[in-house]
Design a protein around this ligand. Structure first.
Ligand code: Q9C
Ligand code: ZN
Length: 355
């Protein structure tokens, strides 16, 4: 009999609710819902191979090791400042002006709006990332979940699963977006470097979307390998990164790699890209646990994806990764076919534990 896999989870995400997103100008209920995590928990519970554990509190230090302090402060104040400016608290909040690169072009302008909900426009890159009253605590909780899962593996578990919500891989050093506020996987990887006593960390990102935030955070780092398999950004969010030519810079040249995938990619083609990525991880020879950004939006019926992986394919993907014989920290990213998330998570974790 094999040991139970620790699953780090928290209830703090439950108040990150009532979310809406603007999709091509149309207001829709946010795909990124609490039910996602509840569905995964129910399936892990029914499976019986998992042991739920609460996270330890890690405070802000691991966040500030990765993110811009002003972005963190503005995010923290945004909701209460929006209320102070007359919001009635019944609606998810977005800023209405975004400070894109071209705004300041050739001008020396330095002013900043008084209210944090307006300042947020300098730190947000899309209209899929609403803030409500429970968002800040949920984002802190997701980081605690991620770091606690990493801690669990450093202290001897071969595999741990952090049920992070909100997800993280689109959040860059000074930028929120893509349902993401803090980059849980990047924070866990950096925590492993600073506090986990390791020298080299690899992050494997198997979410449907390119992890632009994780890529940016480690772009010039010689000690962190970032590999991502995702839908070709020529047709898929986040559109502006994740192309095959992006390979890192400086000390990090060659330590970022992207595999853009065609629509309807199934396991056969997916496995070819994954095998290449796994070969790179083996060659990099990390002394840290593998950090996996795990999204199930690659599923054939995902409402915002167009790849074609089936539930049993996640078991095979888990097995392939397990062939590296590395301890692993699995952190939840996306996946929006709520009725299938539980089975897909059990399949991936079963493959990873060698079943
Ligand atoms: N019409 C993650 O999976 N836009 N983020 C979707 C759909 C936002 C995805 C548009 C997608 C963000 C963590
Ligand atoms: Zn995704």
């Amino acid at each position: 009999m094999s040991d139970l896999v620790p699953v780090i989870r928290s209830d703090t995400h439950l108040a990150h609710i009532g979310l809406i997103e603007l999709a091509s100008g149309v207001e829709i209920p946010c795909f990124e819902s609490p039910e996602r995590i509840l569905a995964i928990e129910a399936a892990l519970e029914a499976d019986g191979g998992f042991a739920f554990e609460p996270p330890a509190e890690h405070g802000r230090a691991p966040i500030l090791a990765v993110h811009d302090a002003t972005m963190v402060e503005v995010f923290e104040l945004a909701w209460t400042d929006a209320l102070a400016a007359g919001g009635d608290g019944s609606r998810a909040m977005f800023p209405d002006v975004f400070l894109i690169g071209a705004y300041k072009e050739r001008m020396a302008i330095e002013g900043m709006p008084a209210s944090a909900h307006h300042r947020l426009g300098a730190f947000l890159f899309d209209t899929a990332t609403p803030i409500v009253g429970g968002t800040w605590d949920a984002a802190l909780g997701a980081v605690d979940v991620a770091v606690s899962a990493a801690e669990r593996v450093v202290s001897g578990a071969p595999l741990a699963y952090g049920l992070c919500r909100p997800p993280g891989h689109h959040a860059a050093r000074g930028m929120l977006g893509g349902y993401c506020y803090f980059n849980n996987a990047a924070i866990a990887a950096e925590w492993l470097r600073r506090d986990g006593g390791v020298r080299k960390v690899a992050i494997l990102d198997i979410d449907y979307h390119h992890g632009n935030g994780t890529q940016q955070i480690f772009w010039e780092r010689g000690d962190v390998l970032y590999l991502s398999l995702h839908a070709d950004p020529a047709r898929a969010y986040p559109y502006f990164s994740g192309y095959a030519g992006e390979v890192g810079a400086g000390d990090g040249v060659g330590l970022t790699r992207n595999w853009p995938l065609a629509a309807r990619t199934g396991l056969d083609e997916y496995a070819v890209a994954l095998a290449e990525a796994l070969g790179m991880i083996a060659a990099f020879a990390p002394d840290a646990p593998l950090v996996i950004s795990a999204g199930f939006d690659t599923f054939e019926r995902d409402p915002i994806g167009d790849l074609a992986l089936r539930t049993q394919d996640y078991r095979e993907i888990g097995r392939m990764i397990a062939s590296l014989r590395m301890p692993a920290v699995v952190l939840q990213e996306g996946g929006y076919a709520v009725d299938a998330l539980g089975d897909n998570a059990v399949a991936l974790l079963s493959g990873l534990r060698g079943a």
